[in-house]
Design a binder for this molecule. Sequence first.
Ligand code: NAI
Length: 420
Amino acid sequence: MSIKTYDVKDPSLASAGKLRIEWASREMPVIKLIRQRFAKEKPLKGIRISACLHITTETANLALALKEGGAELVLCASNPLSTQDDVAAALVEYGLPTFAIKGEDNQTYYKHINSALEHKPQLTVDDGADLVSTAHREKTQLLGNIIGGTEETTTGVIRLRNMAEEGKLKYPLISVNDAKTKHFFDNRYGTGQSTIDGITRATNVLWAGKKVVVCGYGWCGRGIARRAQGMGAWIIITEVNPISALEAAMDGYQVMPLIEAAKIGDIFITATGDVNVIDKAHFLEMKGGAILANSGHFNAEINIPALEKLAKAKRQMRPFVDEYTLADGRRLFLLGEGRLINLAAAEGHPASVMDMSFANQALCLEYLAKNKGKLKPKVYPVPEEIDNEIGRLKLEAMNIAIDSLTKEQKKYLESWEEGT
Ligand code: NAI
């Protein structure tokens, strides 16, 4: 291992972290199978990996599988507020240098990314593309030795595609987010459930009867809307894409511009990957008592600097709840400093869903190592056989059997001559 140091909040939290990691492993049967195979085959033997991920119990289970596969792994946080300090401590005890402290400032956040890059990675794992973009901006001397990398989330994939389009991307990346076994489940059911969980833990609000405005009806937005509706809330969707807006309307939700929704919403949740979605004009229309939360990757979806400027007073009411009092006395409540609320105020996605996302990560890293030198510096999809295999393994683990095509059906579906 090239790195001997680490930076975590409190190493003595390790035993609590280990217990929680073990608890999450119960719900990660696919990762368990991969870990067992990796232990035998060592497909990542001696390969240096730097991983920038939310430091959670699920990430720890992925990390242990990669370690079992022979990787020399170093981790850093992919968000200043998402680290679980006990897990960071446990990772260090498992012999995995980790650089992550919940609540770290921006400077420390980037210092930690740089520490992970000092490992001189041959493979990178990223969630939001901060590690990849830092390497491309500040550590260009490392790029020639990198075999490839993986990216976990929508926002990261968008950034990487922009880099590739400008000809700036220097090594191949696989967009794990675009696997069906990732975004159909993680973004929708994972973000759906854990966003409601984060807001509930931060505020203890009753959802029943609340008017909940969900900004963005993509994979995350669909999940959040469905789960909030299940809790008895009225749902209003705001969108910029006509087809997504139409889908929301036909799914039975009210759809309107945010400036209208601003007047009636009790709880606002952004999940767009966009910037300044909730802006000054919207704050000015909101009812006193409105709660604002974000589940998109960056804390840029709610214009916090504009809110700071409008406010004549600010105080913390309880953990993850900041009260902003406007000039006319209305009070708006911002949760988790506008950072992804499911990870800031709760534990992120349930392990069962991360099982599939991280199975994609592990198998794609194996694929990159096997195909060293064969791939171009562009953004690749997850190979279909990996995606399908993860779906099959997850179904098996859930004890769900399905039908298979008969010979006759296969022939029929592969032909074009027969119409009836
Ligand atoms: P998506 O691309 O499926 O959906 C985003 C939607 O937002 C699109 O329908 C788009 O038209 C809409 N949108 C864009 N600008 C808008 C605006 N100004 N107003 C209203 N709607 C707007 O993306 P997905 O997968 O739903 O991801 C959304 C964000 O959540 C990304 O930043 C992603 O990285 C992040 N994410 C967060 C997770 C978490 O744990 N909190 C988990 C997975 C993704």
